[in-house]
Write a protein that binds this ligand. Structure first.
Ligand code: GDP
Length: 193
């Protein structure tokens, strides 16, 4: 995919703040610090457009990035901070649920996981939630540069089993550092946008 432009178009919490047009969107979600911002930045060839999700307690927002003036990447707030209050968790859930349940532009929700680790309970819940809304359940297993090829296959199997991913091909090993599988990931995204 040739990227000609990428811009932060909107930051929203409520549906009234979502962009009002018909452009297709692919959304990304994952545990905080998993590498979601780095994934987005590396896919669109930017160093710093997507920012890390920040500190616990910081307002959680949905960030809409418009790419090539023709589709959007949507950065959903991360989860899994050790210390968040019940009310903050509820707020997070509300923000995501509203987006997932109302957004007609949304074509796919991609779960980002760390290829080094077995998915957490929250990853499993998030994946089930994504599937329950009818999405395919594409998984990007990032930080692949940190492990050997042999370990990679083993870990992909663990991720597949733990999350209950239907098809191994839905799990994409990825590295934002080495740009591993950037083009393959675009090949998977292109029919969606
Ligand atoms: P976010 O909170 O999910 O947006 O995570 P970030 O994108 O900020 O990444 C968290 C940390 O992991 C940062 O220190 C990144 O440099 C590092 N990181 C992200 N992706 C990769 C990757 O593919 N390989 C390596 N080695 N480090 C990564």
């Amino acid at each position: 995919m040739k990227i000609t432009s990428s811009n932060l178009q909107a930051i929203a919490v409520e549906p009234k703040g979502y962009p009002e047009d018909e452009l297709s969107e692919i959304a990304f979600v994952g545990r905080s610090n998993v590498g979601k911002s780095s994934f987005i930045n590396s896919m669109i060839n930017r160093k710093n457009l997507a920012r890390t999700s920040g500190k616990p307690g910081k307002t959680r927002t949905i960030n809409f990035y418009i790419i090539n003036e023709s589709f959007r990447f949507v950065d959903l707030p991360g989860y899994g901070y050790a210390k968040v209050s019940k009310s903050e968790q509820e707020k997070w859930r509300g923000i995501i649920e509203k987006y997932l349940s109302t957004r007609e532009n949304l074509k796919e929700v991609v779960l980002i996981v760390d290829i080094r680790h077995s998915p957490t309970m929250q990853d499993v819940m998030m994946y089930n939630w994504i599937r329950s809304f009818g999405y395919d359940g594409i998984v990007v297993a990032t930080k692949a540069d940190k492990i050997s090829k042999g370990i990679m296959q083993k870990n992909i199997k663990v991720i597949k089993e733990k999350l209950g991913v239907e098809d191994k091909n839905l799990i994409i090993p990825y590295s934002a550092v080495n740009k591993t599988n950037v083009e393959n990931t675009w090949t998977i995204f292109e029919p969606l946008i």
